[in-house]
Design a protein around this ligand. Structure first.
Ligand code: MN
Length: 326
């Protein structure tokens, strides 16, 4: 399929490059760092070769979220966003942008979000999970009350918020002790991000801000497969609801979430996701440069789904969600 749009597509600036160093063994780092620092050359050739018209770009992970000093986090976010704006300006028909945000401080993040969307024309924000604030051990999740104004601003600007994975900090990772292979994309990323998403749903965030749209990568971080069970476990036991939100988790998932195919190129999984959240809320993505564009595109272009759904997932859903001028 030509004209595909992807939206979990990363780059790095020199200040954040090392954050991605641990994800591939030594000899691959040269290639990965080259891919991360490039925007206009290697990346564009991959897009052209695989029918990808546009990437909505975002900074690598955890980057800004792992800088405990709010001032320093803000400084790096601004630098990355300014760099990204320059890159998009060179080829606005091929690249658009997500803002990196210093959520160590909700007001600071709100100011940067507004600058990025109103002044730089960014299409939304992509945030790498919880933020470490002041000390590496102090992790904040975005269901906390201090983010009320931030969410208000996201809703008013009418832009999506991409909740991207990061690993849990060491002191919270006991379950993975002795099993380092479970960190990152293998398992810990999905677990961390799915729980964060469920916290947002349970907190009542979407009752207060019903128009908010959150995007999850990797075919929904395992949530489509578990939505029914989350709302229906032990259904014979009648108990009052134990979380503040008014609706079921499934209702929020279907009304306030989109998922992407990033890094999860499996037709069986896609079909389950289509049955749970619907083809209107699934968006093609690759997770470049951690995954290959050709791996994503070759799978998606041949996946056994209808051509109407392929067009929606590959292109028109994103065009609509991000109000792209194609
Ligand atoms: Mn990613």
């Amino acid at each position: 399929m030509i004209g595909k749009i992807g939206l979990e597509e990363h780059f790095a600036i020199p200040e954040t490059l090392q954050d991605s160093a641990g994800f591939v063994p030594g000899e691959y780092w040269k290639e990965l760092s080259k891919r991360l620092l490039d925007v206009q050359e290697y990346r564009l050739r991959e897009m052209d070769a695989n029918g990808m018209e546009m990437m909505i770009l975002s900074l690598n992970a955890p980057a800004v979220q792992a800088i405990p000093s709010p001032q320093k986090a803000n400084e790096i976010a601004l630098r990355a966003n300014d760099f990204l704006a320059e890159q998009v300006a060179k080829r606005p028909t091929r690249f658009q942008a997500f803002a990196a945000l210093p959520l160590q401080d909700a007001d600071m993040a709100t100011r940067e979000l507004e600058r990025c969307v109103k002044d730089l024309g960014f299409k939304g924000a992509l945030v790498n999970g919880f933020s470490q604030v002041n000390t590496p051990e102090n992790c904040v999740y975005y269901d906390a009350p201090q983010f009320e104004g931030f969410w208000d601003s996201i809703e008013k600007l009418d832009v999506p918020f991409y909740l991207h994975p990061r690993n849990p900090i060491d002191s919270w990772s006991q379950i993975y002790n002795g099993h380092p292979w479970l960190m990152g994309p293998t398992w810990a990323f999905g677990q961390e991000t799915a729980v964060h998403a469920l916290r947002l749903m349970a907190s009542g965030l979407f009752d207060k801000h019903p128009k908010l749209q959150i995007i999850l990568g990797h075919m929904g971080e395992g949530l489509p497969y578990n939505m029914w069970r989350i709302d229906n476990r032990n259904a014979w036991v009648k108990l009052p609801k134990t979380y503040p939100a008014k609706k079921t988790f499934g209702e929020y998932f279907q009304n306030n979430f989109y998922i992407t195919t990033s890094g999860n190129f499996r037709t069986q999984t896609l079909i389950d996701a289509m049955l749970e959240i619907g083809a209107d809320r699934i968006l093609f993505s690759t997770d470049w440069p951690f995954e290959n564009v050709d791996h994503a595109a070759n799978w998606f272009d041949a996946a056994s789904i209808s051509e109407a759904d392929r067009l929606k997932i590959g292109r028109t859903n994103a065009a609509q969600l991000f109000k792209l001028d194609l």
